[in-house]
Design a protein around this ligand. Sequence first.
Ligand code: SF4
Ligand code: SF4
Ligand code: SF4
Length: 339
Amino acid sequence: MKQLNNIKQLNTGSLINNIKPRSLIISMSFTLLILTPVLIVKPNILLAERFFPGTGLIEIILLVIYAGWLSQVMINAKNISNIRTKYWFFFSVVFFTQFALGLFVNDNFLMTGELHLPIPALIVAAPVYRGEGFFMPILLISTLALGGPAWCSSFCYIGSWDNLASLKRRPKKVNRKQTIIIRYLMIVLVVLVALILRYAGASLTVVIFFALAFGLFGVFIMLYFSRKLGYMLHCTTYCPVGGVVTLLSKLYPVRMKIDLDTCTSCNICTTHCKYDALSSDDIKSGKAGWNCTLCGDCITSCHASSISFSFFGMKKDVWEIYMAIIVGLHAAFLALARL
Ligand code: SF4
Ligand code: SF4
Ligand code: SF4
């Protein structure tokens, strides 16, 4: 019922009456600022240009309008998690539909015309194995610079699956120390295997076998463990990119904060965090734990409005501006993210 109410928000006039110009402008500008240089420098990256030359601008305008609309849905949402889950999954569907069409229908749907495997771990492993091919790591770092850890809560085509797998249940308590240690051991393991395969001169078939086995085991972790535990075990322990994202995002200046003066210690928000970043100890400390991806789900879960985002200590409007940036990036990703 709650979900239905949120969907209704997308359709009713209440959205028009509650337009927040700031988030509207930020989201639309972000999409425009990212996609316009693409249109000028490499228009063929845009799908519309590939199939109907000269129509790239129309694709950009549609995505800018979408960004503006989504920013208003988000800012007015009573349950951010519900909307975020939907647009994140939408992104994943667009991504994998293009991938399937590229494979089976027309290679114009692929970014380069060459086949790459859609496994996030390869962002770390592939450049180590090849000693070249730094496009994805550069894209990841650029996205982290603009949106911080939102890579793992809004942009990654696989992370959306782990989110969905964990949705049905309330998160069970896990041993955070252990999961964080495993997560960083996974980075070491993946880099080591990539180095061994490289220096052993492993054939492409063997490399693809390892990559596919890693990816499929990840899907098993989502379907079994994340579903059972009600929290994103795949993303918080198994995927090496998640560990890199969390580590680098500590350089990003936005933080989640809890106002201890108004917090009633009800612990309701802890049941809304799928990243094990919000325990009762975190609440007492007034901030999120190590794994926080700034997803924002806890914000609308708090009846006392005690949770906010801060930027160098400032809290006013930070959540709204941050969310608008993420929405703008998401819309631009819809045009750019293809294999
Ligand atoms: S942890 Fe890995 S799979 Fe999960 S969202 Fe981040 S990059 Fe994607
Ligand atoms: S603490 Fe809040 S913002 Fe951070 S990951 Fe958990 S729910 Fe998301
Ligand atoms: S939901 Fe709000 S009031 Fe309750 S523990 Fe969390 S921050 Fe405090």
